[in-house]
Each structure stands twice: as C-alpha cells, then as structure tokens.
Design a protein around this ligand. Structure first.
Ligand code: FES
Ligand SMILES: [Fe+2]
Length: 339
C-alpha cells in the first residue's frame, strides 16, 4: 500500500448510526462507527485494556463503549471513562485507541493512511461525475491484492478474450497503444493516469506503439486515480466507476458503480440503474474468473512477468506506484485526526 493517501474503504450506507462495524482494511482490523450526530470515526478494533474488539461494543452518543469492562472512547480515540475507577476519575492519556482521520464524500467513507498533517489534502474523485448522476453499486470480494484487481481494469489486451461475448465482442485483438497520459497536481498527492484504448481487428497490420498514436480528441476511455479509483467513460451520461478497497495482501473489496444521468426522474432512474447493472456484473464476473487464478496475488515493479507493448498502462501503473511508495516511505504512521 502507498502511504499518505486517502483510501475509499466503505460505502457510507454501510455504517448506520448506533451500529459499529468491524472490518479489515489495509491489513488492519478496524471499527467504523458514527456518533449520534452522524460523524464517522475509524479506529483500531482493539480495546487497549485487554484486547477485546470494540466493534462488539455500543455507541453512547459520541463515544464507543467496550463490551468487556465498559471503557468509553471518544472519536479521537481517547479513553474518557474507566467505570471501575469511577466516572469522575481522570483517565491517563496513554489509554487511547489508534484512530485514522476519516471523511465522507461521494457516498464513500475515506481514511487517511499516512503521517499526521495539520492540513490533509482533498479527497480524490472524478470531477466529471457531478450531482446530476445517480448510481447503483455492486459489491464483490476478490481474493487478490488490490494491485491485481486494479491492473485488470487497466488491461486492454484481455478484452477480446475474457469478454469475447460481452464488451470485447468483435475480435479486436490488435492493441494499438494504449496511449497513457498522466495528470498530477504538485500541490496534492492526487495522481491520475488517463488511458485511450484503441483495439482493432487484425488485418495483418502491426499494432501501433503508444508513441505512434494520434493525438486524442476525446475524453480518455479509462482513468485511474491513485490509490484506488477507476473510471470508465462510456459516454457523457453513462460511466462505470470502481473503488478497490484493500482488505489485506490477498483480498480486495470491489465497489463497482454504474452511474448515469440520462434518466433523472426519481423512481425511473433507480429502475434504469437496476436494469443496467446485470451486464456490468457479468463483465466483472468474467474478469474475476481469470484474475483470481493469477499468481502471485500481488504485483510489483520487478516481478519477472514478460510484458508486451499493449501492457503499457500496467507497466506505467507499477512504475508510478513504486515511485509513490518510495517517496512516502514504507511503514504507516497511525495518527489521530488533527481535524
Ligand atoms: S477489554 Fe475493553 S474495557 Fe476491558
Ligand atoms: Fe475486463
């Protein structure tokens, strides 16, 4: 995983007021909960007293209470009450649970995985998905590291094989390019890879190299935004978007969303979204069947795979990921939310 990034880890509607949820994300057991006001909090799912899972506890207005001996932790992770000592007795500062900065936007819950900073950067998302869109989500568990799941979505070479009877119909086996362009903003850690896919039928012509591709005159077909967001531009009004929530080194939760703004009337749009989703699920299942057989379960910059020019976006992803890991350092620093 890359430090100093915002990760989408859950959808907002998975966390209900009064119901703490225990999940594994980024290799940690976490408890995610809301105060009665709805503010979201994410902390280690481990009571520092004697190791019980806080997710089995309950919410008391703006605190979570351990189910074992009733210690109460506030949203910053500090223990405020040790009932056995008397509720008015001050609690030593060392009684605290590691807490991640957590935010909520675009229907996701995000945690900052990295060092403490007074000003955290903005959350990553896709600006072209505006409020006019509605969406429907499909969740799926894949038993691979999120790098494998992400690379599958950057892979233009697999389309006529894995999806021969769906989105890869037509036998367009020649992979021109793909053209890859980066967008980065020096003021933030948000980095985006734009990819233009240009597959054609094989009529004896060689594939064009990325640097032989004509200047694009349309929105990129695919966008990947570090660390875990992907966007497929189907049309102005239809998109597919995926958040790859890393569970651990061998597991990922896929949040696949179908977005559209062609049908906007409240009930009709939901019906439309429900009807459109099965095709996306079939396509995702086609990917899953193959990707789950890949070994090893995670990828690295130097791992001995024999790549071809059409794998350009995957190579570009691996390079950039490694640079970002190197730049940010290896070990996570778990911090309380300064905000
Ligand atoms: S283990 Fe949590 S209060 Fe004792
Ligand atoms: Fe695919």
């Amino acid at each position: 995983m890359i430090r100093n990034q915002w990760y989408a880890i859950l959808e907002s509607n998975e966390i209900k007021i009064g119901r703490p949820l225990g999940v594994t994300r980024l290799g940690e057991k976490l408890v995610v909960w809301r105060t009665l006001e709805g503010e979201v909090t994410c902390m280690h799912d481990l009571c520092p007293h004697r190791g019980v899972a806080l997710s089995a506890g309950k919410i008391l207005v703006d605190r979570i209470q351990c189910p074992f001996h009733g210690f109460q932790y506030d949203a910053s992770g500090r223990c405020q009450v040790v009932p056995a000592n008397g509720k008015g007795t001050p609690v030593p500062k060392a009684f605290r649970v590691h807490t991640y900065p957590a935010r909520e936007a675009n229907g996701f819950i995000w945690i900052w995985w990295g060092e403490a900073r007074p000003d955290l950067p903005p959350l990553p998302f896709f600006e072209t998905i505006d409020d006019a869109f509605s969406y429907m989500t499909f969740r799926d568990h894949w038993s691979v590291h999120y790098s494998r799941a992400i690379e599958n979505q950057l892979d233009a070479v697999h389309l006529p094989f894995v999806h021969h009877n769906t989105i890869g119909r037509g036998g367009r086996t020649i992979v021109n390019g793909p053209l890859v362009r980066w967008e980065s903003d020096p003021a933030s850690p948000i980095e985006t890879m734009n990819i233009w896919v240009n597959n054609r039928a094989d009529e004896g012509q060689p594939a064009l190299k990325a640097d032989e591709m004509p200047e694009p005159n349309r929105h990129p077909s695919l966008q990947f935004r570090f660390p875990n967001l992907w966007h497929n531009w189907i049309s102005d009004s239809v998109r597919i978007m995926v958040a790859f929530a890393p569970i651990d080194e061998e597991n990922t939760l896929i949040y696949l969303r179908f977005y559209q703004k062609a049908v906007r009337a409240p009930i009709l749009r939901q019906v439309f979204n429900v009807l459109a989703q099965p095709l996306n699920i079939i396509v995702l299942r086609q990917d899953k069947r193959v990707v789950l057989t890949q070994r090893p379960k995670r990828t690295d910059l130097r791992m001995g795979e024999k790549m071809i020019p059409g794998d350009g976006p995957i190579i570009a992803y691996r390079r950039r990921r490694q640079e970002m890991i190197d730049r940010a350092g290896e070990l996570p620093v778990v911090t309380a939310d300064p905000g």
